[in-house]
Write a protein that binds this ligand. Structure first.
Ligand SMILES: [Zn+2]
Length: 465
């Protein structure tokens, strides 16, 4: 948090790969983890004379998300060429949208303990992703010190939605709540898997600071390609720290693009920020404007169910905003709802749904309620079986006696770590989300009886090795 006379001004540009079978402008199939350069064609490799054909499903996904964010849907949206040179962009330009995006201004209302926080949405537009550059050789495998780079064109042309927020975020906490809720909304609408670990959700984070009460904005730093919630928070905090220190030394801040290095908690200049002029945007001559029929827009509006923000507000009446947010953002809220419908008191229902063995052990009344509520095993089984991801059956929930003995758990954890070297490497490369995978494996192996606190501690010790 900044010292009290300074405040953060932060906006996010969130990119999500849209869930489609094929690429944005050609029929190449999208396959995560496919062998390099096996999904390419003259269009996505930019051979002369090849013409783009837009992916209708991607357009529908973009409209649907725009509607969920309360955006105006354009009657006339235009694709534009964004010109720049980089080896991952064979055409020498990216097809994007500039002056006339598909989705215009809207807002996401983020529930917080102090009421809704409004984060304005400037626009949501459709574009294609660039290919993937892999920096190889060298000591670190990073761009700095790499011997050479390889390009995988499988990703080139993947449909991408970019959601640009207003600079309405005033703390790393607010940014965190916003992007988590936005991600959950994207996932539930079915428009993207939005998995940061797989690179299907990334964010550019714009950070500046100003004195409280000051009008207007100071120059900003753009932290590029942030791919974990934790790094976003830490990157924002690092930028706040450095900018305030610079101002207090009497220096000026220059508008630039930065890379955040999670290992060192340092920011390094990526490049001086280019202005829109540098891209020489102009309307894409090979594509006609998108003019979505009103019937299509209304059909898509009708397909939107109860949005995560609305469910958080509904559950918050029973369990408070923090727990409600956690329930929804982990996709466990429907379990709590099923239990509550069976007569289980909401706080206990939430604890069971979140697999909070600790809460239940410490809350004899909650357990008593569950027993009194006469929840049948069948009802619970049915509820939990519907969640393919749940590793634990209702039987195990009810009969549960937690195993917290380290000597019993350590060999199980060792075996799981030994059997999953890939996930271990991913975790050690900074993708902390993989921890959930390991916890899940331990729970599966122990029939759900392991004490989550002990499991977490042991896993962290061993994974950090
Ligand atoms: Zn292609």
């Amino acid at each position: 948090m900044p010292p009290s006379d300074w405040e953060l001004v932060c906006g996010l540009e969130v990119h999500a790969h849209l869930k489609t079978r094929t690429k944005m402008f050609c029929r190449c199939e999208l396959e995560y983890g496919g062998a390099e350069n096996t999904h390419t064609c003259p269009v996505c490799l930019a051979h002369p004379g090849a013409l783009p054909v837009p992916n209708e499903r991607a357009i529908e996904h973009t409209i649907k998300l725009g509607l969920a964010l309360g955006c105006e849907i354009a009657e006339h949206a235009v694709f534009a060429r964004k010109n720049y040179f980089y080896p991952d962009l064979p055409k020498g330009y990216q097809i994007s949208q500039y002056e006339s995006p598909l989705c215009g201004p809207g807002a996401l209302l983020v529930p917080t303990p102090d009421g809704d926080e409004r984060v304005g949405i400037v626009r949501a537009h459709l574009e294609e992703d660039a290919a993937k550059t892999v920096h190889a050789g060298g000591a670190t495998g990073r761009s700095v010190g790499a011997d050479y780079s390889l390009v995988d064109f499988n990703r080139g042309g993947t449909p991408l939605i970019e959601i640009v927020s207003e600079p309405d975020l005033r703390s790393a906490d607010e940014a965190d709540r916003y992007i988590r809720l936005l991600r959950q909304t994207i996932v539930e609408l079915g428009v993207s898997d939005a998995e940061m670990e797989k690179g299907t959700l990334r964010a550019d984070v714009n950070v500046s600071v100003r004195k409280r009460g000051e009008e207007g904005f100071r120059p900003r730093w753009e932290l590029k390609n942030m791919n974990s919630f934790t790094f976003i928070r830490r990157g924002i905090d690092a930028a706040i720290r450095e900018q305030i220190a610079a101002y207090e030394r009497g220096e000026e801040i220059e508008q630039s693009t930065y890379d955040y290095d999670a290992d060192t908690d340092m920011l390094t200049v990526h490049r001086s920020k280019e202005e829109a002029d540098d891209y020489r945007y102009f309307p894409e001559p090979d594509l006609v404007p998108i003019e979505p029929p009103r019937e299509l827009v209304e059909r898509l509006r009708g397909e939107i169910g109860e949005l995560p923000a609305d469910r958080i507000r509904r559950y918050a009446e029973h369990v408070g905003v923090e727990s409600a947010t956690e329930l929804v953002s982990t996709g466990n809220d429907w379990k709590a709802e099923a239990l509550a419908a069976e007569g289980v008191e909401w706080k206990a229902a939430a604890a069971i749904a979140m697999n909070r063995g600790d809460f239940l052990r410490e809350n004899a009344t909650a357990l008593a309620q569950i027993v009194r509520a006469n929840v049948t095993r069948e009802a619970l089984d049915e509820a939990f079986a519907a969640a393919a991801s749940s590793p634990i059956s209702a039987d195990q929930y009810l009969a549960r006696t937690a195993v917290s003995d380290e000597s019993e758990l350590a060999p199980v954890i060792d075996a799981i770590i030994a059997a999953n070297p890939g996930q271990v490497a991913t975790y050690r490369a900074g993708k902390e989300g993989v921890l959930g995978f390991f916890v899940g494996q331990v729970m599966r192996e122990t029939g759900g009886k392991a004490d989550p606190k002990v499991v977490n501690r042991l896993l962290l010790e061993k994974l950090r090795g």
